[in-house]
Design a protein around this ligand. Structure first.
Ligand code: 5RP
Length: 268
């Protein structure tokens, strides 16, 4: 791995803990103005101090994030379909590597759809993106198992992650599942987990805790942070779990205390 690529990757996965809290706000690329991201700039701004990396699209980056913000960017560079279509796998590369460089990103991300109708096309897109990105020392994040019909068990997720790594992805994003150790131990590159659909705060913290305990280097979490009734409390709690290995109960207290502060400030 060359110096530039390693350096960029170390901006995303922090060398002092070997972990990362990535804040995912790229959902609009196929979901439009999804709940919590109607005005992405307003959602993201208070969360930035607690995120190690921001994952988003170029449109939101250009229009809603201050260019003087000091946060590493992982840019989603795949898309081309919408939630209105049955087959979400019909994606291609939507951003050139030149534009990614112009935007000074630390990494690029695309989805791969193993087992879906466009499996081959998305895997080929990943291989092409890796070739382009490696030329400029930019790490590639492969996002696996997006889609409502995917059975997200260890066998399937290990297959997706391993294929991504075999083809050269530098890190992989997947879902947490039972027997998650198998997914991580058979994937030779770092694994981060998506949060998935909004679930109760305590369950989302448990998910983050289980994932890092079982070998994930962190989270790339979206809805369970920005759709929470206290997004700052949630990201602070997730951060402490990921970087400090605190128990879930302590994480939940961080969330509750931030929420209580917000109520006090609103009443005052
Ligand atoms: C969508 C994505 C999202 O970034 C991903 O799903 C993470 O967000 P969440 O925690 O809300 O699942 O890659 O394709």
């Amino acid at each position: 791995m060359d110096w530039g690529l390693k350096n960029r990757l170390s901006r995303i996965i922090k060398p002092d803990t070997g972990r990362t809290v990535m804040l995912a706000v790229d959902h609009g690329y196929f979901l439009g103005p999804t709940t919590g991201l109607e005005e992405p700039g307003k959602t993201v701004e208070p969360l930035l101090p607690y995120a190690d990396t921001l994952m988003l699209t170029r449109g939101v980056l250009r229009n809603c994030v201050d260019p003087e913000t000091d946060i590493p960017i992982v840019l989603r560079v795949s898309g081309g379909t919408s939630v209105l279509k049955d087959d979400l796998s019909n994606e291609g590369i939507t951003v050139s590597i030149r534009d990614a460089i112009r935007l000074n990103v630390s990494g690029v991300a695309l989805s791969i759809f193993v087992g879906a109708p466009n499996e081959r096309e998305t895997l080929q897109s990943m291989a092409d993106l890796i070739d382009d990105a490696e030329e400029f020392g930019i790490p590639v994040l492969a996002v696996t198992a997006v889609g409502k019909d995917m059975v997200r068990d260890a066998r399937y997720l290990a297959l997706c992650c391993r294929i991504a790594a075999e083809m050269g992805a530098h890190f992989v994003k997947t879902y947490y599942c039972d027997d998650f150790e198998r997914v991580v131990s058979t994937c030779p590159v770092p694994v981060v987990i998506a949060g998935g659909k909004k679930i109760p705060e305590n369950d989302a913290l448990q998910l983050a805790h289980n994932a890092v305990k079982r070998g994930a280097v962190g989270v790339d979490m979206g809805r369970n942070i920005f759709q929470s009734d206290c997004p700052v409390g949630m990201i602070k709690a997730v951060r402490a779990i990921v970087h400090e290995n605190i128990p879930v109960e302590e994480g939940y207290k961080i969330y509750e205390s931030e929420k209580a502060n917000n109520v006090k400030t609103a009443v005052a």
